[in-house]
Design a binder for this molecule. Structure first.
Ligand SMILES: NC(=O)c1ccc[n+]([C@@H]2O[C@H](COP(=O)([O-])OP(=O)(O)OC[C@H]3O[C@@H](n4cnc5c(N)ncnc54)[C@H](OP(=O)(O)O)[C@@H]3O)[C@@H](O)[C@H]2O)c1
Length: 258
């Protein structure tokens, strides 16, 4: 049976990926920090779908976390066929005033861990001439996002990295998808409520979009028609204008009166 590793499986889009992949009969490796949530998810999926679900607790902001995950996979004899790099978070506010440690953690979780896990697991997929990597970007991948500067930059990285890799491994039996959701009903905005833009879609819609893209060999999967239109509307506009409009939308309320 094939095995999928899902980072950020304790909540939202990652948890929904876990349900969908278990439904496809895949074994799972569930990665995040919330041990109790992952244990409960693994137990539920094992009973419902008769799959194997392993839990690996990891804080992906730690530089050593991905090596520890790979070592753990080795010691449990797990071969990963599908890697879902989903764990991520965003910060909102004036960059110069945001907690510097959290900005760097954001890069570690959204980019460093994604690259490290891909680098560790891709060679095996290439050798087996089969496998898939889904990297979770965002509609923020397509434009600069003032007041979410680090977040937007991490997601632009995810898109660029994924598109490049997809092309490199195209003829080697491995598929790479950049999944780009817009606002989605998850815990993502719980600490950054005022950063919400537009109507939210459900994690189920997002995961359906991703798996459809994977099945038909698409590289970039933007979830939802209006998100697709928004992402593409930026293409021919001057970047500076796009940044200015985004700044108006994302500017914290506390600054609007200034
Ligand atoms: N929701 C949206 O509107 C939206 C839009 C575009 C893109 N996205 C992207 O979708 C992905 C999933 O987010 P979500 O919307 O499902 O949000 P969520 O419900 O907050 O889930 C985030 C997941 O990431 C994990 N995570 C966060 N920090 C981590 C760390 N240091 N180490 C390990 N795991 C960590 C969390 O697990 P623990 O807390 O248990 O560690 C959780 O499972 C993210 O990459 C996000 O950027 C979301």
């Amino acid at each position: 049976m094939a095995t999928a590793l899902v980072t950020g499986a304790s909540s939202g889009i990652g948890e929904t990926f876990a349900h969908a992949l278990a439904g496809r009969g895949q074994n799972l490796v569930l990665v995040a920090r919330s041990a109790a949530r992952l244990d409960a998810l693994a137990a539920g999926l094992t009973t419902k779908h008769r799959i194997r679900a392993d839990v690996i607790i990891a804080d992906l902001a730690d530089a050593g976390a991905t090596d520890a995950i790979v070592a753990e996979l080795g010691s449990r004899g797990i071969v990963v066929d599908t890697l879902i790099n989903n764990a991520g978070f965003g910060t909102h506010g004036e960059f110069a005033a945001l907690d510097p440690k959290r900005e760097l953690d954001e890069i570690m979780v959204n980019c460093y861990a994604l690259v490290a896990l891909t680098r560790a697991l891709l060679p095996g997929m290439i050798a087996r001439k089969s496998g898939a990597v889904i990297n979770v970007g965002s509609t923020a991948s397509f434009q600069p996002v003032p007041y979410m500067a680090t977040y937007g930059a991490t997601k632009a990285f995810v898109l660029s990295f994924s598109e490049a890799l997809a092309e490199e491994v195209r003829a080697q039996g491995v598929r790479v998808v950049a999944l780009c959701p817009g606002q989605t009903e998850t815990a993502f905005f719980s600490n950054i409520e005022e950063a919400r833009v537009g109507r939210a879609r459900t994690p189920k819609q997002v995961v359906t979009t991703a798996l459809r893209a994977l099945d038909r060999g698409a590289v970039v999967a933007i979830d939802g028609l209006s998100n697709y239109a928004l992402a593409n509307s930026n293409r021919f506009a001057p970047r500076r204008l796009v940044a200015r409009i985004a700044a108006k939308i994302e500017r914290p309320k506390s600054l609007k009166s200034k």
